[in-house]
Ligand binder design. Structure first.
Ligand code: ATP
Length: 514
C-alpha cells in the first residue's frame, strides 16, 4: 500500500513539474480541492474532450450537442431533487478535528472484508495452480464464507440505514464496528449530519430583490430543461441524445486524491431519450458502448470493471459505474443510469409546461424515458495520466520518466530537434515545423543535448521526435524517434505528414469504435 501511495505522490509531482496540473491559487497557499491545468494539461484535457465529443456527436446521427449556462433558475434544483436530497452524511472526529463522509467510512470497512476474501482466493490460487476452481472455492471455503457473511451483514445494515436516511443508525454502525479516525486513531465521533453539496450565491443586487441561485452540481439538468427546444428545432425523433461538456460544482466534504474529487470539475454528459419500455435495452447498449470507448484507448482492458448498483436512486431502474484501476484502487470514472422519466416529469410538474413527445408510430404522446452517461473529464484525465506514467529503468543506472499517452491524446504530437544550434539546422527545423503545424501540435526545441531533449519530450508524452542533422540538408531526410520503443528510423521529410497522421490523428482512434 505504502508503495502505491509513493507512486501516486511521484505522479502528482510529475504533473506539476511538467506543466499538467497546478494547485489553484498556489501563491496564496492554494484552495482546497481546486486545481488549474497548465500548458500541457490543457492540451491533454482538450484532447480527451474532443475524443468524447466526436465519438458522441460525429459517430451517432441521432446525438447533438448543446452548451447550457451554469446558472439556472433555482426552481430547477427544487424539481430535480437537489435542494432537498443532494446531501452527504458527514461526521467529525473531535480529536483530529477532521471531517469525513460517514458512508465512505463504512464503505471502506466493507472493502476490508472484500480484501480479506480476495487474499484468501489469491493464496489458494497460488497453492492449487491450474486446477484451481475459484467459483467453487468462494462457495465452500469456510474462511471465505465467514468473511462473506460478515460483509453481507454490514452491507445490509448500511443499505437499510442509507435508504431510510437514518443518521443515528449510521453513527451506531461506525461505533459498533469500532471504526477509528485514520489520523487520530480514536472513536471520538460527533453525530452524523446531512450536508447539502450545492454552492449557493446571489444573483442581482439586493435593492432589486436578489435571488438565490446555485452553481450547477451537474450539467444534466441543462439538457433536460432544453429537451423541448432541441427536439423541436432539430426535429429530432426518438431515440435521440443530447450531449454536453461543462463545469459542475460540488462542495465536497472530503477533498482528497488530487483531481479525483474536486469542488470545481468538468463533466461530459449525454442524455439519451427513448420510448418507455425500451429503456433497459438502451441501458445495455450504452453500458457496452461506453466501455468500448474507454478500452479503445489501449490503457489495458484489465483496468476496467463494471460496478452494478444494488441500491438505486428512487427514480432509477438500472445503474452501473465504469470503474478504473487508479493507484488507490478501482474507482468510478463514469456512471450510466436509466433514469426513467423522472427528470422530465418533475420539470413538467414544476414548470407547468407540457414536456412530451408525440410518437408518430404509436400515435400517442408520452414523457420520454432517459438513459444517462456521465463521465468526469478530470477523473478521465487522472486515469489516463496515472496509467500512462512510467518511471522506466533503462539499465546501466539510467532511467527515464515517460508518459505513454495514446498518441491521439498527447499534448504535443511531435518535436523537431536540430542536432546542433548552427550550420543552418535550426532554420531547417523551423521549416519542417511550419509544414507540420497546421495538422499537429509541433514544438521546436534547440536547448541542451539531444539526449536531454528526448527525455523532456518523453516526460510530457510526445509520441515522435524528429531530429534534423547535417544529412538532412543534403538529402532531406530526418531521424524519427518513437517514444515508447526509443527506436529511430530514417525517413524523408516529405513523408512525415503521412506517417504522423496515421499514428496521432483522432480519426485513427475514432475508427476503432465503429
Ligand atoms: P462519487 O460517488 O465519486 O461522489 P457520484 O456518483 O456522485 O461520484 P455522479 O454524480 O454520477 O458522481 O457524477 C458523474 C461523474 O462525474 C462521476 O463518475 C465522476 O467522474 C465525476 N465527478 C463527480 N463528482 C466529482 C468530483 N467531486 N470531482 C471530480 N469528478 C467528479
Amino acid at each position: 500500500m505504502a508503495k502505491q501511495e509513493d507512486v501516486f505522490k511521484t505522479i502528482i509531482a510529475h504533473a506539476k513539474e511538467y506543466g499538467f496540473v497546478f494547485q489553484s491559487s498556489e501563491i496564496y497557499d492554494g484552495l482546497s480541492a481546486v486545481y488549474d491545468y497548465g500548458q500541457n494539461g490543457v492540451e491533454l484535457k482538450n484532447n480527451i474532450k474532443r475524443y468524447w465529443w466526436e465519438a458522441m456527436t460525429m459517430l451517432h446521427d441521432n446525438i447533438v450537442g448543446i452548451d447550457s449556462a451554469i446558472f439556472m433558475h433555482p426552481t430547477i434544483w427544487k424539481a430535480s431533487g437537489h435542494v432537498d436530497a443532494f446531501n452527504d452524511p458527514l461526521i467529525d472526529n473531535r480529536d483530529s478535528k477532521k471531517r469525513y463522509r460517514a458512508d465512505v467510512l463504512i464503505e471502506d470497512e466493507i472493502a476490508k472484508f472484500d480484501d480479506k476474501i480476495n487474499k484468501e482466493v489469491a493464496k489458494a490460487a497460488k497453492r492449487f495452480g491450474e486446477s484451481f476452481d475459484e467459483a467453487m472455492f468462494r462457495q465452500t471455503n469456510p474462511r471465505v464464507l465467514e468473511h462473506q457473511q460478515k460483509r453481507d451483514a454490514l452491507h445490509n445494515r448500511f443499505s437499510e440505514a442509507m435508504n431510510a436516511n437514518d443518521l443515528a443508525e449510521l453513527k451506531q454502525i461506525i461505533l459498533d464496528y469500532e471504526i477509528v479516525d485514520p489520523i487520530s486513531g480514536t472513536k471520538n465521533w460527533t453525530d452524523v449530519r446531512q450536508f447539502n453539496l450545492m454552492f449557493k450565491t446571489e444573483m442581482g443586487s439586493t435593492a432589486d430583490g436578489a435571488m438565490d441561485v446555485y452553481l450547477r452540481p451537474e450539467t444534466a439538468q441543462g439538457i433536460f430543461v432544453n429537451y423541448l427546444n432541441v427536439q423541436k428545432t432539430g426535429r429530432m425523433r426518438l431515440p435521440f441524445g443530447i450531449a454536453q461538456i461543462g463545469k459542475a460544482f460540488r462542495n465536497e466534504i472530503v477533498a482528497r486524491q488530487f483531481i479525483f474529487r474536486m469542488r470545481e470539475f468538468e463533466q461530459m454528459e449525454m442524455q439519451f431519450f427513448v420510448r418507455p419500455g425500451e429503456e433497459l435495452k438502451w441501458f445495455d447498449f450504452w453500458r457496452q458502448t461506453r466501455l468500448r470507448w474507454h478500452k479503445a484507448l489501449g490503457l489495458g482492458d484489465g483496468k476496467y470493471r463494471y460496478h452494478d448498483h444494488e441500491k438505486l436512486a428512487h427514480y432509477a431502474n438500472a445503474a452501473t459505474d465504469i470503474e478504473f484501476l487508479m493507484p488507490f484502487g478501482f474507482k468510478e470514472v463514469e456512471g450510466i443510469h436509466s433514469r426513467t422519466n423522472f427528470d422530465l416529469s418533475q420539470h413538467e410538474k414544476f414548470s407547468g409546461k407540457k414536456i412530451q413527445y408525440f410518437d408518430p408510430e404509436l400515435g400517442e404522446s408520452y414523457v420520454p424515458y432517459v438513459i444517462e452517461t456521465s463521465i468526469g473529464v478530470d477523473r478521465m484525465f487522472l486515469s489516463v495520466f496515472c496509467s500512462c506514467y512510467e518511471d522506466q529503468d533503462l539499465g546501466n543506472g539510467d532511467r527515464r520518466a515517460v508518459l505513454h499517452f495514446p498518441p491521439a491524446l498527447a499534448p504535443v504530437k511531435c518535436a523537431v530537434l536540430p542536432l546542433v544550434k548552427k550550420d543552418g539546422l535550426p532554420e531547417k527545423a523551423r521549416e519542417i515545423q511550419h509544414r507540420l503545424r497546421f495538422d499537429f501540435t509541433c514544438q521546436v526545441d534547440e536547448k541542451d543535448s539531444i539526449g536531454k531533449r528526448y527525455r523532456r519530450q518523453d516526460a510530457i508524452g510526445t509520441p515522435f521526435c524528429i531530429t534534423v542533422d547535417h544529412q538532412t540538408l543534403e538529402d532531406n531526410t530526418v531521424t524519427l524517434r518513437h517514444r515508447d520503443t526509443m527506436e529511430q528510423e530514417r525517413v524523408a521529410v516529405d513523408d512525415l505528414e503521412k506517417i504522423l497522421s496515421e499514428k496521432v490523428n483522432l480519426n485513427t482512434l475514432l475508427k476503432k469504435l465503429l
